[in-house]
Every structure is written in C-alpha cells, then in structure tokens.
Design a protein around this ligand. Structure first.
Ligand code: AQP
Length: 327
C-alpha cells in the first residue's frame, strides 16, 4: 500500500484553505493508502507562539482532524514533537541543504518580509519538512499549492542523499486539488488565505459560526461587474469564490457559471455561504463532542507510537549510511 504523509501547523484557527488544500484530501486518501497525519507543532514555533495558545490550538487541530472524518483506526494522527526522529533527521538534512536553496523559498520571503528579527528556524523550515516526509518514505503528499516549492526541495534532498550515501528514499509526489489549490483571501485576492492573518474577515475558519460565514461572504471583495465567470487573470476575486464553491457544492466551474448566468453576485454569494455552512456545521457539531470527550489524548498517544516505529527505523538507516555509529 502506498504511503501518505502530511501535516498542518497549529498556528491558528484552520481555514477553508487548509480544508480544501489538505484536510479534505486526508479524509479521502485514508481509505486507499497507509496514512500518517501530523500536527506540525515544531513548524508552528518558527514564528512566535504563546505557550497556552499553542497548547489549545494543538488540541483543537487534533479534534478537527477527527471531526472532519479521519479515522484513527485507518490513519495515524500524531504530534510532530512527540516523535523525536523528526527533529533529529531535520538537523541531518539541514546539513545537506544549501543556503541558496533556502533563500529562494517564497514562504520564507513572505513570512520574514518587514520583520525586524526573524528566527533561524523559519529559514531552515523546509529541511524539517523534508525530514517529516522522508522519515516515512512517503509516496504521496496532500498539500495546497503553496507547499509545492518545499516539496520540490524535499525531492532534491532525497536525490542528494541517495546519490551521496546510498539509495534509501522514495520520491514523494504532491497530491493537490485541481481547482483552488491556493485559496485566496476574501479581502485581497492577491494574498493566500492564511489562518495567521490578523484580519479575521480575510478567511473563513472551519469553526466559524454559520452567521459569521454568511457575513464574511457577503462582505467578500468582488469586482464591480456582475458576471459569475471563472477568469483568474481578470476576475481573481470571483474566480477564487467559484473555486471554493466548486469544492463545497461538488460542482464543476462550468456548472456554476451556467447556474448563475445573468444573476449577478448576490445570489451566488448567498448560496455559496449555504453550501459552506452545510458542509461545516456537522464537522462543528462533531468537534464539540470530541473536545468534551477528551478522546484526543489517547488518539495522539497511539498515533505517536505507530509513527515512531516507522520513523525510528528510517532514522537508524540514515545514520548508518551517513557514518554514525549505531547500536
Ligand atoms: N489558502 C490555502 N489554499 C489551499 N491550501 C492551503 N493550505 C494552507 N493555506 C491554504 C494548505 O494547508 C496545509 C497546512 O498548512 P500549514 O498549516 O502547514 O501552513 P501554511 O501553508 O502556511 O498555512 P496557513 O493557513 O497560511 O498557516 P499560517 O498562517 O500559520 O502560515 C498545507 O498543505 C497547505 O498547503
């Protein structure tokens, strides 16, 4: 069975961008693949996190994984920080990564721009991400389009390692949505929708109340025209909403365009909100039950044990090939 690995940072409230780019595909792939889904808390601390908030957000993401439909009997759900091989292989791969490669990463440029002091961890983030993936010799990586560049670096590092030390790593392939692989902000379609955006109106959180979702969508920026047409070049805001619509209503772009022909943006935005609410409301209900049941801790413990078996074995192979003494 092919192996799948992915993760989400507990760096805020998960958005519908995280849902479309990642979580939704996690749920889909668990039926046909051997799956490892992490909560990447070591990545989250590459920007400052307040400890109490980090703890709360970590528990919240774990509960959302379950509420969205990941079955811990089918997939291992675990915290990156609870499988120490991640940090260890992260360091080993950092020594194989070139400064120039890290300097080219657009996520680093975006997240560091305008900041007075930037932690070194933000710079070396992609080496740790490569370790996450390579530890499981994963074949398929469900991610949004923003992670494509990091995944390419992971592949380069896998080839570099295999050439220098001996054939060990499989070549991971991205698994991305065909449309809306990068969901954009509701207030600015030139920016990715992000959970850490301080302007809550820029994103829809998976846990947003139905009325909040309706309000955010009614205020979402559109152009001054009235044609519901998918044209990312000339109509980026409406095209972004059509992409989101397509996922939540399971309709093609052509079907959506035909449905709203001649109707303007009003009915389109209203019905989009209802499609989102109808998918998210049952998840929110399950989320509340899971949070109050306390089930998350046992799931994470079991997941970390399962993950560590695979990760520790790979780490041992890596160290042996690199010339470390291993017992
Ligand atoms: N806007 C997006 N559209 C599609 N996919 C997205 N993802 C994130 N944003 C979008 C995908 O969600 C997964 C988890 O992302 P992450 O938590 O590791 O970090 P990120 O990519 O930096 O996501 P955020 O929401 O923007 O987080 P912050 O604000 O903390 O940096 C990944 O598969 C990602 O592609």
């Amino acid at each position: 069975m092919k192996r799948v690995l992915s993760g989400i940072q507990p760096s805020g409230q998960l958005t519908i961008g995280n849902y479309i780019g990642a979580l939704r595909n996690f749920v889909k792939l668990q039926h046909s693949h051997s799956c490892y889904f992490m909560i990447v808390d070591l990545h989250a601390i590459t920007v400052p996190q307040e400890p109490a908030a980090l703890k709360e957000q970590t528990e919240s993401v774990a509960a959302l994984y379950l509420a969205a439909g990941i079955d811990p009997a089918k997939a291992s759900i675990f915290l990156q920080s609870q499988v120490s091989a991640h940090a260890e292989l992260g360091w080993l791969l950092t020594t194989l990564t070139y400064m120039g490669e890290l300097e080219r990463m657009t996520q680093f440029k975006d997240k560091s721009s305008g900041k007075e002091s930037v932690g070194a961890g933000l710079f070396t983030y992609p080496s740790l991400m490569a370790a996450d993936i390579l530890l499981y010799k994963a074949d398929l990586i469900p991610v949004g389009d923003d992670q494509k560049q990091h995944l390419e670096l992971t592949r380069d590092l896998a080839v570099r390692f295999n050439n220098r030390f001996g054939e060990l790593f499989a070549m991971p392939e991205p698994y991305m949505p065909e449309i809306a692989g990068r969901v954009m902000s509701l207030d600015d379609a030139s920016k990715k929708m992000s959970k850490s955006n301080p302007n809550a109106a820029s994103f829809i959180a998976i846990l947003d109340e139905p009325d909040v979702i309706r309000k955010k969508l009614s205020r979402a920026v559109t152009d001054s025209g009235r044609e519901v047409k998918y044209d990312p070049q000339n109509k980026p805001e409406v095209s972004n909403l059509i992409g989101i619509y397509s996922h939540f209503a399971e309709l093609s772009v052509a079907e959506i365009e035909a449905k709203y022909e001649g109707q303007g943006y009003g009915p389109f935005k209203k019905e989009l909100a209802e499609h989102i609410v109808s998918v998210l409301e049952p998840i929110q209900q399950r989320y509340k039950e899971i949070r109050s049941s306390g089930a998350v801790h046992d799931v994470l413990k079991k997941g970390a044990e399962e993950a560590a078996i695979v990760a520790n074995e790979t780490l041992r192979e890596v160290k042996k090939l690199m010339g470390f003494l291993v017992n």
